[in-house]
Design a protein around this ligand. Structure first.
Ligand code: UDP
Ligand code: MG
Length: 327
């Protein structure tokens, strides 16, 4: 029998030894003030530094601390998912390990939850200490996402949020591999509420989301919730063939009524390059979708846990998530 847990805090970490002690201290302080039982679920996403050992040690004397040690780096979104699979609380909070999301906001989230909201997400009204490039690309991404998807995913909102147990259970039923968790949370619906906050500077260490990973997350976000990029091919194709037809009329006119027909080298090259570029772009977009279908069809588990540490020895680890395609 498991002990009743009211709140589960999920903290994904990837090489966060420089901050994790302070993170633990601050979250602990905030959660202590709630006066209700809670668990801190640290998910070690294949770190190569000592952050996992530190948390493992904490788990020996602090029974609220649990450590899910993944067998390698599976990525932030999968780490969060692993945390949700293990969470026992009536409300589940996801928070970054680098203290960019202030734990002091959690009591406000809890208050809104108690007022009846199922999801309370934190919306960034300001981002401190991040490069202009990061702010600009992030802002662009949220706007493209808003334009291209049919469900409304709130802009400027990361994964820092509180979810009711019911929302968490619904999310656990979604088996997709290339996960964009905040989109999935919007997809499941329920009563949602935004809390505004200023995003802090990273306490220490480097971002674990370099440009390549940000791009992957953006493409996951867009392709998981929209076919619009595929439709782009149809629209552009129609426009291009209409203009091609008009140009053909002009070429016919030149060939039939003038002697200027061989002069067209530059326009030939121009059209060839444009069209080839366009075809390759569309092939690339198709490839993104086909690749994702391939990922789903393999039916691999989302992640592998190599060890689970819990301050409560009587609690056994839940069944590991297996593919929904081969139950
Ligand atoms: N993270 C993770 N696995 C990864 C990359 C990041 O678990 O592969 C964690 C990281 O430790 C942090 C959170 O995800 O707790 C957000 O990452 P980060 O702060 O580097 O992203 P940023 O805030 O710069 O977008
Ligand atoms: Mg960060």
């Amino acid at each position: 029998m498991s002990i009743q847990v009211r709140y589960s805090i999920i903290i994904p970490m990837f090489n966060e030894e420089a901050v994790i002690q302070e993170t633990y201290r601050r979250i602990k302080k905030v959660m202590g003030l709630t006066g209700e039982p809670y668990e801190l679920i640290f998910v070690n996403d294949g770190s190569t530094d000592s952050c996992a050992q530190m948390i493992e040690e904490y788990s020996y004397w602090d029974e609220s601390v649990k450590l899910i040690d993944l067998s390698r780096n599976f990525g932030h979104q999968i780490a969060i998912t692993a945390g949700m699979d293990y969470a026992l609380g009536d409300a589940v909070v996801i928070i970054d390990a680098d203290l960019q999301d202030p734990p002091e906001l959690i009591p406000q989230m809890i208050a809104e939850w108690k007022r009846g909201y199922h999801v309370v997400y934190a919306k960034r009204i300001k981002r401190n200490g991040e490069s202009l490039f990061k702010k600009w690309t992030a802002s662009l991404f949220y706007r493209v996402l808003r334009y291209s998807t049919d469900i409304s995913i709130p802009v400027d909102t990361g994964d820092f949020r509180l979810m009711d147990r019911r929302v968490c259970e619904e999310l656990k039923r979604l088996p997709e591999k290339n996960r964009f968790v905040r989109g999935l949370v919007s997809w499941v619906g329920f009563r949602q509420k935004a809390l505004e906050y200023e995003r802090e500077e990273r306490l220490a260490g480097e971002t674990k989301y370099p440009l390549g990973r940000m791009l992957k997350l953006s493409v996951d976000g867009i392709t998981s919730f929209s076919y619009k990029p595929l439709k782009l091919a149809g629209v552009l194709g129609a426009l291009l063939s209409a203009s091609g037809f008009l140009y053909l009329l002009y070429v016919l006119y030149l060939a039939l009524f003038t002697d200027a027909a061989v002069k067209g080298w530059a326009s030939m090259i121009g059209i060839t390059l444009t069209f080839n570029g366009f075809v390759l772009l569309m092939l690339g977009i198709l490839g993104e979708y086909v690749g994702r279908i391939y990922d789903e069809s393999k039916g691999r588990p989302l992640y592998i846990v190599q060890e689970f540490h819990s301050g409560r020895p009587q609690q056994s680890a839940p069944e590991q998530r297996v593919s929904r395609l081969n139950p």
